[in-house]
Ligand binder design. Structure first.
Ligand SMILES: NC(=O)c1ccc[n+]([C@@H]2O[C@H](COP(=O)([O-])OP(=O)(O)OC[C@H]3O[C@@H](n4cnc5c(N)ncnc54)[C@H](O)[C@@H]3O)[C@@H](O)[C@H]2O)c1
Length: 239
């Protein structure tokens, strides 16, 4: 589905980002894999960049690398994220700013430096938002604001770069990754029970949706939001 294409994937070291890297490689793409953690290893088809997506310097490096190493960029998957759980009155200003920067501003920085290349390639952008963009959950004010902002930003970018670059957003529900490490068994069971399919999603299941939106299979889809949540937002357990 992505044969000959060059893709940037952020948050590539673990979880959904790592699954997207695997799937893109399986679809014959070459991948620039970006993560703040120094855990993405050099291997066939993967060019790792260690950097903070909230830092403009990282995006200058990414765009320069795409240009000099590959001469093109077809796909941008903006996926890296941080979450700090606290209600607004207990959330520090630094933690608010960091979550908005990593989860929202990073996509602006990415587009600022990469959209020229993406336009040349008539490429695609896929953003990782969250069901938190649609539903309020306790303890996530900055994360939810950023993820809601991403849905609006994705739509905006689709309009802005319309003829040349498609832009779509995935909204995952409960996907079992290290993002769930600090969450207890009771909360996990409640989340699974609140899905229609009665299980956690797998990172590969989000990667499948991202690959579809990154590929020409979705050539007439732009400005769209695709919920990948096993029916979590469809279920409401009250009269
Ligand atoms: N797992 C879920 O249940 C779930 C649900 C809804 C939305 N999402 C979204 O899906 C995406 C992937 O989630 P995941 O569960 O795989 O997360 P994860 O925590 O497993 O992985 C996130 C990755 O992002 C990297 N990262 C964090 N800050 C960074 C920064 N400043 N610069 C570069 N890299 C950075 C981390 O090192 C890590 O490798 C995120 O955008 C997340 O908000 C996940």
């Amino acid at each position: 589905m992505l044969s000959g294409k060059v893709a940037v994937v952020t948050g590539a070291a673990t979880g959904i980002g790592a699954a997207v890297v695997e799937r893109f490689l399986a679809e014959d793409a070459r991948v620039i894999a970006v993560d703040v953690a120094d855990q993405v290893h050099d291997r066939a088809g993967v060019l790792p960049i260690t950097g903070d997506v909230a830092d403009a310097v990282t995006w200058r490096r990414v765009a320069d690398t795409a240009r000099t190493e590959f001469g093109r960029l077809d796909v941008l998957h903006s996926n890296a994220s941080v979450a700090v759980r606290a209600p607004a009155h207990e959330l520090s200003e630094d933690d608010w700013d960091r979550q908005i920067s990593v989860n929202l501003k990073a996509t602006y920085l990415a587009v600022h430096d990469c959209v020229g290349l993406l336009r040349e390639a008539r490429g695609a952008i896929v953003l990782s938002s969250s069901v938190h963009a649609l539903v309020g959950l306790p303890g996530h004010p900055a994360y939810a604001a950023a993820k809601g902002g991403l849905v609006a930003l994705g739509r905006q970018l689709a309009v802005e770069y319309g003829p040349h670059v498609r832009v779509n957003t995935v909204l995952p529900g409960p996907i079992l990754t290290s993002a769930w490490d600090g969450i207890g068994e009771a909360d996990r069971r409640r989340s699974v029970a609140a899905t229609a399919v009665r299980r956690f999603g797998r990172p590969e299941e989000v990667a499948a949706a991202v690959t579809f939106l990154a590929s020409d299979e979705s050539s007439y889809i732009t400005g769209a939001s695709l919920v990948v949540d096993g029916g979590w937002t469809a279920v409401k357990d009250s009269a």
